[in-house]
Write a protein that binds this ligand. Sequence first.
Ligand code: SAM
Length: 259
Amino acid sequence: MRLDIISIFPEYFAPLDVSLIGKARERGTLDVRVHQLRDWAHDVHKTVDDTPYGGGPGMVMKPEVWGEAIDTVVGDGSPRMIVPTPSGRPFTQELAQELADEPWLLFACGRYEGIDSRVMDEYATRLRVDEVSIGDYVLAGGEVAVLVMVEAIGRLLPGVLGNAQSAVDDSFAPGSMQNLVEGPVYTKPPVWRGHEVPPVLLSGHHGNVARWRRDQAIRRTVRNRPELARELDPGTLDKHDRKLLDELAFRVGQEDVAN
Ligand SMILES: C[S@@+](CC[C@H](N)C(=O)[O-])C[C@H]1O[C@@H](n2cnc3c(N)ncnc32)[C@H](O)[C@@H]1O
């Protein structure tokens, strides 16, 4: 997969040299190219921003600079363009999977009050453009959001995770973990500072372990992410799931928590 990232702070992307993503780059699974936006600014100060039309605080990134940068990086190709912004569609595991299936992504990192909207309008006429938010809070720039997205997407590429099953069992994974977060995990020793590992995990009984893990995932989702648990597909719930949800006095669907 090819990833182009345009930013006024290319140095933010040094972490993409390490760990799983760094190894994927070394192996050639990921071809990451980071570009300095200011290379396409022509005045002596390499200006990339200007005051907003309509007034108000802050500055807006200039369309001409972005236009030249994107034209050069894209050439005759057609990457999917991702613009991080708190006003975008939410970045989810489902979107990460969808983007992991693309051959080429282009990330445009905004700063200040964001990029002049005409840039997105212009490229939407020839590329697929998605404005994407990584959460309901405001960062100072798109760089950290892009790091988050690249890591989430990169670990889904074939061969990047040592054990491909890890992604299947993750929180939010499609299938049995859809709308569930993962429960607690443990390793050796069996007792640490008086805290014991749940005995079922030492039993060697795969069926009981799987059942316990699912129970824990349901309990944790109900406790920490009730809005997700409410969206559980009733068709995916077995008798035991329903009993547990009753015990927790939790109803899936549109209805609210019973108490
Ligand atoms: C200070 S923010 C601009 C916020 C903008 N005035 C608003 O309220 O929507 C500057 C840049 O940070 C990035 N950014 C901030 N929060 C983000 C989030 N939650 N998700 C993705 N990108 C974000 C975007 O690239 C944005 O253009």
